[in-house]
Design a protein around this ligand. Structure first.
Ligand code: KIV
Length: 265
């Protein structure tokens, strides 16, 4: 039986770290599940690491649904989180529901939506109609052209306050989980204090309830210079299986991310 959102909340409540990795196909799903990963994220990073684009913007709902079906077929117990790609959650709550429903029909158990306070009414609409949502704040790669690149967010106090306020509002709207990407460690710690839902970090803080990385990054396969928060676990081990097992062990023990993977203010 698959882990549920209730299981993830119980892990958070008892202080057990949540190990999440991105996954796009059934073979990796099997390996990651067997290595003890708790959540597989069918991320729109697939636009970059699978499709070869330079941003996630070209990814469609159909693409995410296809990869979600592949990941579902390769796994049995792991929780499946699917990304709402660019343009699928920004128009109306009704259209967002239709797109999210396609991902849920593909086997997702929760959808992830990027954005700040403006996404609250949409999240409320989905949650009140049975679709759990993970809110994604900090660096939101779908806004890469608005923020001028894949850059750390929330470095000045005004920006940090905006992210904290947005996170509170998104939790109040019903978000079940908060993912924070590329924010200074001090801000990540404040975000962990600001909300009571599980927090997932990527370039954030070891204080988060769990961590996520793009699988190809931790296997040293990215075609770009890896961001500071990537630890290429494959270089410390002899196989993909061992690299993922080490990742899970390091996340669970609170040893990943180390200070070298976090951003200072
Ligand atoms: O699409 C993705 O892989 C993500 C992670 C970077 C968090 O959103």
């Amino acid at each position: 039986m698959r882990k549920s959102v209730i299981d993830l909340h119980a892990m958070h409540a008892r202080g057990e770290k949540i190990a999440m990795l991105t996954c796009y196909d059934s073979s990796f799903a099997r390996v990651l599940e067997n290595a003890g990963v708790d959540v597989l994220l069918v991320g729109d990073s697939l636009g970059m690491v699978v499709q070869g684009h330079d941003s996630p913007l070209p990814v469609s709902v159909e693409d995410v649904a296809y990869h979600t079906r592949c990941v579902v077929r390769g796994s049995q117990n792991v929780f499946i989180l699917a990304d709402m790609p660019f343009g699928s959650s920004q128009i109306t709550p009704q259209e967002t529901f239709r797109n999210a429903a396609e991902l849920m029909r593909a086997g997702a158990q929760m959808v992830k939506i990027e954005g700040g306070k403006a996404m609250a009414p949409t999240i409320e609409f989905l949650v009140s109609r049975g679709i759990p949502v993970c809110a994604h704040v900090g660096l939101t790669p779908q806004s890469v052209h608005q923020v001028g690149g894949f850059k750390v967010q929330g470095r000045d106090e005004a920006a940090a306050e905006r992210i904290i306020e947005a996170s509170r509002v998104l939790e109040a709207a019903g978000a079940s989980m908060l993912l924070m990407e590329a924010v200074p460690r001090a801000l990540a710690d404040r975000l962990c204090d600001a909300v009571s839902i599980p927090t997932i970090g990527i370039g954030a803080s070891p204080r988060c309830s769990g961590q996520v990385l793009v699988i190809y990054d931790m296997l040293g396969l990215g075609a770009y210079i890896p961001p500071r928060f990537v630890r290429p676990f494959i270089r410390e081990t002899g196989s993909i299986e061992e690299a993922v097992q080490l990742y899970v062990a390091e996340v669970k023990a609170g040893r990943f991310p180390g200070p070298e993977h976090c951003y200072s203010s």
